[in-house]
Design a protein around this ligand. Structure first.
Ligand SMILES: [Zn+2]
Length: 287
């Protein structure tokens, strides 16, 4: 397929084909499904699998973590202890592998689904239990074989989040936990910045979820106990870099940024959604 050729796509969440155009950024139309409200890029480029394999953001992530980042990861893994039955964690799009490394340190059997060549180089040097070299939409694992699935800032890149989530549901044992993170299109920082919002990158970020649409995605797959929190105001943050610079046109907000950052996690308007959901006991397999 011609990499530059763009193809119109139906809504991945509900199959609907009626869309309203929100805006065009850098040649990429961002549309909202008129049936379910999902925001996505259409028409979009083909070859997202190649993008993830060869460049994309799959190999990104920090080369070194700060002590506070390491502490946060340690705490995140510690909080998974109540789910430990099979002692198996699976991460979809493990990137530099920091999370799995910490899980390994805490005694978990660690599995990764990854296709990015840089990430695979790194993961192969680590002492992981296993790496499944398949796309998130296509990976196969024994049903009900893991306690926890984690997918962090990955789902917005996938050609079919719905298929990927169905696979994750199947991989989890009944009572197992899904942890998912993605950017929040309904965030205050997106509302303030409009199409300039730093996470709007139509070549790469092809799905822009909101609490309502990510909730429906997981519900449709069969998940229950869905909990959606948001964090960080993050008015403007350069992707994958620690700098957090406000554009000059919002100087008045600058003194309040820390306060807003603190307060926003009590709302649904933070820029990052952190979602947890449970595969119910005794549930039939997802579609
Ligand atoms: Zn839809």
């Amino acid at each position: 397929m011609d990499f530059q050729e763009k193809t119109a796509v139906a809504c991945d969440l509900c199959g609907g084909e009626d869309q309203s155009l929100l805006f065009v950024k850098e040649g990429f139309p961002h549309v909202r499904c008129l049936r379910c409200g999902l925001v996505f890029v259409s028409p979009r480029l083909g070859g997202h699998g190649d993008l993830q394999r060869l460049s994309g953001t799959g190999g990104m992530g920090e080369d070194r973590l700060t002590s506070s980042q390491l502490k946060r990861l340690r705490k995140e893994v510690e909080l998974l202890r109540p789910f430990r039955q099979l002692n198996r964690i699976l991460e979809i799009g493990a990137g530099k592998g920091w999370f799995l490394l910490e899980a390994h340190r805490q005694g978990w059997e660690t599995w990764a689904v990854e296709i990015n060549v840089q990430a695979l180089d790194r993961l192969n040097q680590m002492d992981l239990t296993g790496v499944i070299v398949q796309r998130a939409e296509q990976f196969e694992s024994p049903p009900g074989s893991v306690d926890v699935v984690r997918i962090w800032d990955v789902i917005e890149h996938l050609e079919s989040p719905r298929q990927a989530v169905n696979n994750m549901f199947r991989a989890l044992r009944p009572g197992g936990l899904l942890r998912l993170s993605t950017t929040n299109f309904a965030s205050l920082s997106r509302m303030v910045n409009g199409p300039e919002w730093v996470y709007l990158n139509g070549a790469d970020h092809i799905f822009l979820f909101e609490p309502a649409t990510v909730g429906r995605l997981l519900e449709d797959a069969g998940f229950s106990g869905i909990r959606i929190r948001t964090r960080s105001f993050n008015l403007r943050r350069k992707l994958y870099h620690p700098e957090r610079e406000l554009p000059a046109r919002f100087p008045l907000l600058r003194p309040f940024r820390k306060i807003i950052d603190e307060a926003i996690r009590f709302t649904k308007f933070g820029h990052q959604m952190i979602v947890t959901a449970i595969r119910p006991e005794n549930a039939a397999d997802a579609r």
